[in-house]
Ligand binder design. Structure first.
Ligand code: BGC
Length: 522
């Protein structure tokens, strides 16, 4: 069990609570929201490389691919084709704005349920698609579903978890994203072999399965104590808290939750509030963390791994297989994060993962550059070359998967005070979706123009984001969510925005080490 490595002066808080079966179960079901997201992230790339799918919906791309004169870097360069992948994220962006209102007014549970239902509709339309508009419509519905799920699930998990386990449980969400991606990769691999070339219908329609799990799951789940309090149901909330924590003595935590909720009720305009000076650190994180997460370039691989591998000379089957291998690495490395996040802390993982990604991006750019040059004509590709490229892709993905992948969702979800939590979480999801959309939409065009340099483009951002973490992100490991306000007050930079009297309980006893490396025991 991770040690609660912090003493908070006089305010030392250790709410009693266990990892009850009730918490574990609710978290598992809630984390299925991530599964849906992952499945849709992973499914489009493989479908896009399937010849029968291309021939039916995107005949010009199909011809371009057959045409051996086309520069390899450019064979998939089509804005409509990328629209099939990217439209989902644009829809998710819009939905997450509405979802914030639903989550706040009607609870986390209803948001999750809405997500599941939209998902079912999208999966059915996609599975039966006869024309491009059906494909895009289906993806848009799936996107609405993702907007709801991504807004509510991370909040749900953070609020249900006893704070000692908050990091690990929240990453359950990310883990299920990676499971979804992996399942999608495996499904693509096998369905592509189906005779008659209609396997892609099963791949796309398969999103029904996680969609149904989330629908059933959200029907049996209960809402979080925080959310019940927010909606005035105090008695029910206290009972729920006892059940969730598995102890009768929940008074202290309950009183704090009510106090936090009272404070947040006084706030009438959560959106306008986000702009207040004292929330500057929170807003900066809500925007910069998801922005940087996408600028690691991870989704280039998640969406387009099969396209990328087929671009650099792998056959169809081999490209789909390489995507499966990457999916496995993504999953396993996320487990490492679950193990380490409450032990080693967030900052260490961010910085280690960043260095690892940077090194791999440089090697991958060099490998592809050396073989393909700028004219995209590699000639024969030796086997060792393929192995080296896949290996470095794997090391890169593992670096992401124990750092920016899970922490890109965890850290924002744990730093917001209740009064801005729903709205701020929407900002996180929207920024994430906006940049996921942009990257999905422009990557194939970028690959065609920047060629192997596209990896250096993302490497540049990895350097920037590592500096950002080093200087601006305080450590949040082991700090109860209601006490989180303290971390800014002693930070070398953020303290100037966050005045001491804003603390509900007066100043805490934190002391930061240089450059915000996290609180020391004092
Ligand atoms: C990101 C996704 C990404 C996935 C990969 C998530 O944290 O938000 O954009 O595809 O990780 O595992």
């Amino acid at each position: 069990m991770p040690a609660v490595g912090i003493a908070v002066g006089d305010n030392k808080k250790e709410y009693p609570g266990n990892l009850t079966p009730f918490v574990t179960l609710t978290c598992i079901v809630a984390a299925m929201g991530g599964l849906i997201f992952g499945y849709d992230l992973g499914i489009s790339g493989g479908v896009t490389t399937t010849p029968s799918f291309l021939k039916k919906f995107f005949p010009s791309v199909y011809r371009q691919k057959q045409d051996s004169i086309t520069n390899q870097y450019c064979q998939y360069d089509s804005q409509i084709l990328t629209m099939f992948t990217s439209s989902l994220y644009l829809a998710a962006l819009l939905a997450s704005l509405v979802a914030s209102i639903v989550t706040r007014k009607f609870g986390r549970k209803l948001s999750m349920l809405s997500g599941g239902i939209l998902f079912c509709a999208g999966a059915i339309i996609n599975g039966f698609a006869k024309a491009i508009w059906m494909l895009i419509l289906g993806r848009i519905l799936l996107g609405f579903g993702i907007g709801f799920a991504n807004q509510s699930v991370p909040l749900y998990l953070s609020e249900m978890a006893p704070y000692k386990y908050r990091g690990a449980l929240n990453i359950g969400f990310q883990l299920s994203i990676t499971v979804g991606i992996l399942i999608a990769n495996v499904v693509n691999y096998f369905f592509a072999k189906i005779h008659g070339g209609w396997g892609w219908r099963l791949s796309l329609g398969g999103a029904m399965v996680p969609a149904l799990i989330i629908v059933v799951g959200s029907l049996v789940l209960s809402d979080t104590p925080n959310s019940l309090i927010e909606r005035g149901q105090h008695d029910e909330a206290r009972e729920k808290l006892k059940r969730v924590r598995g102890v009768d003595d929940v008074d202290e935590e309950f009183i704090d939750l009510v106090a936090a909720s009272e404070a947040s009720k006084k706030v009438e305009h959560p959106w306008r509030n986000l702009l207040q000076r004292k929330y500057r650190p929170h807003m900066t994180m809500a925007v910069m963390i998801p922005f940087f997460q996408q600028l690691t370039g991870i989704n280039v691989i998640m969406f387009y791994a099969p396209v990328l591998f087929s671009t650099i000379g792998f056959g169809n089957d081999a490209a789909l297989m390489a995507a499966v291998i990457i999916g496995i690495v993504n999953f396993v490395a996320t487990m490492v994060s679950i193990y380490g996040v409450d032990k080693w802390g967030r900052r260490f993982l961010f910085l280690e993962g960043g260095s690892q990604m940077l090194m791999c991006q440089a090697v991958i750019a060099a490998c592809i550059g050396a073989k393909f040059g700028t004219d995209g004509n590699p000639g024969e590709l030796p086997k060792w070359y393929a192995i080296v490229v896949v290996l470095f892709f794997c090391i890169y993905v593992s670096g992401f998967s124990w750092s920016w992948g899970p922490l890109g969702w965890l850290v924002p979800s744990e730093i917001f005070p209740l009064e801005i939590r729903s709205a701020a979480q929407s900002v996180v999801v929207s920024v994430n979706m906006l940049f996921t959309f942009i990257i999905a939409q422009v990557f194939l065009a970028m690959l065609c123009r920047l060629k192997f340099g596209v990896f250096l483009f993302f490497a540049f951002f990895v350097v920037l984001m590592s500096f950002f973490i080093y200087y601006f992100l305080p450590e949040t490991k082991g700090i109860p969510i209601e006490e989180m306000g303290q971390i800014w007050k002693t930070h070398w930079f953020w303290s100037r925005f966050v005045a001491d009297e804003d603390s509900p309980k007066g100043g805490g006893g934190y002391e930061m080490t240089k450059a915000g490396q996290g609180p020391k025991n004092v």
